[in-house]
Design a protein around this ligand. Sequence first.
Ligand code: 5GP
Length: 142
Amino acid sequence: MLTVAYDPNNIFAKILRGEAPCFQVYEDEMTFAFMDVMPQAEGHTLVIPKYPAEDLLDLDPEYAAAMAKTVKKIAAAVKKAFDAPGILVAQLNGAPAGQTVFHIHTHIIPRSQGIDLKLHARQMADFDELKKHAERIKAAMN
Ligand code: 5GP
């Protein structure tokens, strides 16, 4: 049962429908992955299910499983592409938890000791850089 009203015009829904641009890294029948436009570290990638849910509590379990599978695949590729010693996987549910875009998504962020994360959803990245990063991740999947 949906606990909240899903807004079909949120930015990730528009990206899924091809109505807004993104730097895509992966797509399958149930999920989609692309670069975060305001990355907290180089390589910050988002995985979303192709299902209209605001958060994990609203998500169909089949899509939750599909998202987890894609997160694992993309996390491995991001780790390889950015030679990252650590990978942060995060998923925020509800504004009080810090969620700002209300289509469920999982963050995949490379981490290295001594390098602090940039602030959440704060600074737009250079689009040429994002494009190159998406290519690096795609290449690491092959
Ligand atoms: P949340 O705060 O909901 O967990 O994360 C939303 C994420 O979406 C943030 O990291 C933010 O930088 C990212 N974001 C916001 N708007 C856009 C956009 O238009 N395109 C992309 N690719 N990412 C976005």
